[in-house]
Design a protein around this ligand. Structure first.
Ligand code: GLN
Length: 483
């Protein structure tokens, strides 16, 4: 039962082969049995799940239908869930029970999805390895000595290990696509503004975007359908109609123009990954796509720009955690300054503290022009590169990551080494573009992802290309041994 995709579950529920309650019980038992190896969940919500599953079964019995009605999912633990701990992977929020549901959570619940729990993540979504979580590192089900990627490593590990079919995640600089690549999943970061950020604990507000992590493009289409849409509570939410993402999956790729940036194949890329990317290009050519070499000349400046802008926004967003209103508060503060200092010093881990310091520095008088303003100018150049490229091609294709999943602890002493691994993903966030990662093969038994980028609001195109690719390849069907 645990092997089913969301699409298969929807068919099984519609055909009355099993009930949502039965399936929910099977998956909860599987999580209890197998998750101790992975640490992919921070909280399990058994009671809520069974209640939602029973309600979904009752709705089906009353003639309602829908691909998400009775479908088990989990939420990355930065989506606020009413009355349930929403920790953001931090000691700071270990005692925080959200007083309301995030829009994404409310929308998926209304569509009938069943929440099995809240998944582990890098503290405040800062990281690429899921090692900065206060709740401990998450392990990669493909090799328990390796990281699952981050910051949505819990969602990725849980879905890859078949503990559940799909989960929500967020992507500020790659946190949906990179863990998807590291665990053999399909993950989609939508256009900025497509999915509401209301109730999603903010890391870098101009970059953060929620999206689906699942095994197939078909399942990402189903989950995105439930997440996307205008929300008046989010001032950056865009009031554009949401297309039917499943309807465009079968469009032919004949004549599709795919751009391959020459900068992507530079020295930092593992040659074995380069070869797998070339294979995926050939596969898409067989399906009728036309390949064109393009250039993204400002790509080399994207990492430094991102690692100024993201920490700058984080330093501002995280100022609300002051030990006064909610979250961790130190014992016996001597005065207000002592309360702030010790609550924040005890509540935030080292990576979060590092980013707050970098961000506050970049925003301070005298440095603002030199760092923050310059980074914003680079951001515009990165966007202009994409706009020029998309005047010639429909899709941009390349690797999701320069290397496969590294060993746990391998980059802990050198934060910059980890930042450099974001080279292919962060440009989409700087420009606000949608991006998808899908399975493209293995290196040393570890999964490799191929990334597709599209113009604004072309999520349907990304899902269409990925679905056609998945109909003709079987990488995405491979299961990690032991799960
Ligand atoms: N690795 C990037 C960072 O640490 C991206 C994280 C994310 O997308 N949330 O900022």
């Amino acid at each position: 039962m645990h092997q089913m995709t969301l699409a298969e579950i929807a068919r099984g529920l519609a055909d009355k082969k099993f009930s949502s309650e039965e399936l929910t019980k099977v998956l909860l038992a599987r999580i209890t049995q197998l998750d101790p190896q992975l640490n992919s969940f921070i909280s399990l919500t058994e009671e809520l799940a069974l209640e939602q599953a029973k309600a979904a079964d009752a709705r089906r019995a009353n003639g309602e239908s829908g691909a998400l009605l009775g479908a088990p999912i989990a939420h990355k633990d930065l989506f606020c869930t009413q009355g349930i701990r929403t920790s953001c992977g931090s000691k700071m929020l270990d005692n925080f029970k959200a007083p309301y549901d995030a829009t994404v959570v409310a929308k998926l619940a209304a569509a009938g999805a069943v929440t099995l729990g809240k998944t582990n993540m890098d503290e405040f979504a800062m990281g690429s390895a899921n090692e900065s979580s206060w709740y401990g590192a998450v392990k990669n089900p493909w090799n328990l000595e390796h990281v699952p990627g981050g910051s949505s490593g819990g969602s990725a590990a849980a879905v890859a290990a078949r503990l559940l079919p799909a989960a929500t995640a967020t992507d500020t600089g790659g946190s949906i696509r990179q863990p998807a690549a590291f665990t053999n999943l399909t993950g989609l970061k939508p256009t900025y503004g497509r999915v509401s950020r209301w109730g999603m604990i903010a890391y870098a507000s101009s970059l953060d975007q929620g999206g689906p992590l699942a095994r197939t493009a078909e399942d990402c289409a189903i989950l995105l359908q439930g997440m996307a849409g205008f929300d008046q509570n989010d001032s950056t939410s865009i009031d554009e109609p949401v297309p039917d993402y499943s309807a465009s999956l079968n469009t032919s790729l004949q004549g599709l123009r795919i751009g391959v940036p020459k900068e992507y194949f530079s020295a930092g890329l593992d040659p074995r990954i380069a070869e797998l990317i070339q294979n995926s290009i050939k596969e898409l050519q067989k399906l009728g796509a036309v390949i064109k070499e393009i250039s993204l000349p400002n790509m080399q400046h994207a990492i430094p720009a991102y690692y100024v802008i993201a920490p700058a926004e984080a330093s501002s967003n995280l100022s609300r955690f002051d030990g006064v209103r909610f979250g961790h508060r130190c014992e016996n503060p001597e005065n207000l300054i002592d309360l702030y200092k010790r609550s924040r010093g005890e509540g935030f881990g080292p990576e979060v503290q590092r980013r707050i310091m970098v961000g506050a520095y970049a925003l301070s008088a005298g440095y603002y022009d030199a760092y923050y303003l310059k980074a914003q100018k680079i951001r515009r150049l990165v966007k202009n590169d994409f706009m020029a490229a998309f005047s010639e091609v429909d899709i941009i294709l390349g690797p999701t990551t320069p290397n496969p999943a590294w060993k746990l602890g391998a980059k802990n002493s050198d934060p910059v080494a980890a930042y450099l691994e974001d080279v292919y993903t962060i440009t989409a966030n700087l420009a606000g573009l949608p991006g998808l990662s899908m399975p493209a093969g293995f290196v040393d038994g570890l999964p490799v992802g191929v990334q597709l980028l599209a113009p604004y609001f072309q999520e349907g195109r990304l899902l269409n290309v990925a679905h056609q690719y998945q109909l003709n390849t079987d990488w995405h069907t491979r299961t990690p041994t032991g799960f």
